[in-house]
Design a protein around this ligand. Structure first.
Ligand SMILES: *Cc1c(COP(=O)(O)O)cnc(C)c1O
Length: 394
């Protein structure tokens, strides 16, 4: 297995374990357990003296292939595949804190992520401070003597705000805290949090990694020492393991990740430029555009734009609903990263549980719409928007 492979090659060949049959495609090992030739062999396996699998909750061959492939792409030493993105996020955070510890998190988080740090963690005596993550000063001011974890996503959902990952990592290192980055929106192709100084990276593999709307999955990546010390036992004994069937689906998905993400990003960029010219659109936020308020940080920490575009219609909720309802190819769905273009109105769906005030803090207005660009023909998507916008009253 060559470490010099470039990403597109890693994603097709990385981590492949061929059975004695020499199959071309990766095999699905749907087994709960494993058998041992002798009692002595079982004893040695349990003692950790020989390599091999013990029980599928701990690890299994198809999941191993997925984990190894993700490690190669991310430049991480070790990984654990989880049943969903939220299993990855909650495990990555909860495995390393105890009562009395403190977490600092950016307030612009995926809804369930925010619930884990804002609502769940305090029930176990773990305090959390939410900050406007765009300004490093806010992170610094939130630090307490018991701060153990910094948690962020960048770009954020849905308004594509940026957090300076290297800046946050520097602050964390000064106080011995760990930085956990939810890298879903950037994808593993366009942003490398570990290279920027973060300690742990998590993904919802449900999004771009599957990319074809089929199954849930997640992954936690970090250095081996951190995983051994924090995640290893937590993972074995709380049971968030991914199904081997889903690991196989995701292995097949990840082979085409660069092709899909490239086309999605190109579509998103062209749609962003098109929308910015429309008089019914008040504002477009796209990490690939020069007018993004944090274009300087984007240039430093990302190597591509985004598959997502956020924009605001002048006509508020009524206009947003009218636009979504008039689209034909682009489907209304809260999911993202799919090969099908999907659009959602955050204020009434993904962010409906926040107060109007909390939404305003995140830049979500009644007219805000989020597009996840798919891999369809660019011109068909632009035609779809042009026709739908014509039906929106000014
Ligand atoms: C979807 C998503 C999650 C949760 O992932 P699931 O696979 O749905 O559990 C976490 N963070 C971000 C940024 C997401 O987009």
């Amino acid at each position: 297995m060559s470490k010099t492979w470039r990403p597109a090659t890693q994603l097709v060949h990385g981590g492949t374990l061929r059975s004695q049959y020499g199959e071309t495609s990766e095999a699905i090992y749907l087994t709960q357990g494993f058998v041992y030739d002798t009692s002595e062999a079982a004893e040695a396996r349990f003692k950790g003296e020989t390599d091999g699998y013990i029980y599928a909750r701990y690890g299994s061959p198809t999941n191993d292939m997925f984990e190894k492939r993700m490690c190669m792409l991310e430049g991480a030493e070790d990984a654990r595949a989880t049943a969903s993105g939220m299993a990855a996020v909650s495990a990555a955070i909860l495995c390393q804190v105890k009562a009395g510890d403190h977490i600092v998190a950016a307030r612009a988080l995926f809804g369930s992520c925010r619930w884990v740090v804002e609502t769940l963690a305090p029930k176990y005596g773990i305090e959390c401070t939410l900050v406007d993550g765009r300004d490093l000063k806010n992170w610094e001011e939130a630090i307490r003597p018991n701060t153990k974890v910094f948690f962020l996503e960048s770009p954020t959902n849905p308004t594509l705000e940026i957090v300076d990952i290297a800046g946050v990592a520097k602050l964390a290192n000064q106080v011995g805290a760990k930085v956990v980055v939810d890298n879903v929106f950037a994808t593993p192709l366009f942003q490398k949090p570990l290279e920027l100084g973060a300690h742990i990276v998590v993904y919802s593999a449900t999004k771009h990694i599957d990319g074809q709307g089929r199954c849930l999955g997640g992954v936690v990546l970090a250095d081996k020492a951190w995983i051994d010390e924090n995640l290893h036992d937590y993972f074995r004994h709380t049971g968030p393991a991914m199904s081997p069937f889903n690991a196989w689906t995701l292995l097949k998905g990840i082979e085409t990740l660069p092709l899909r993400v490239r086309q999605q990003t190109q579509n998103a960029a062209k749609i962003a430029d098109f929308l910015a010219e429309q008089n019914k659109v008040a504002k477009v936020i796209y990490p690939g555009r020069k007018d993004h308020p944090q274009a300087d940080i984007i240039a430093r920490q990302m190597t591509g734009g985004s598959t997502l575009v956020a924009f605001e219609l002048k006509g508020g909720k009524e206009a947003a609903f009218a636009l979504q309802n008039a689209l034909d190819i682009i489907k209304i769905s809260n999911n993202l990263g799919d090969s099908k273009s999907l659009i959602t109105h955050p204020a009434t769906t993904t962010h409906k549980n926040l107060t109007e005030e909390a939404r305003a803090e995140l830049g979500i207005s009644p007219g805000t719409v989020r597009l996840s660009a798919g891999i369809e023909d660019t011109d068909d998507l632009i035609d779809d928007f042009a026709k739908a916008l014509a039906k929106v009253s000014a």
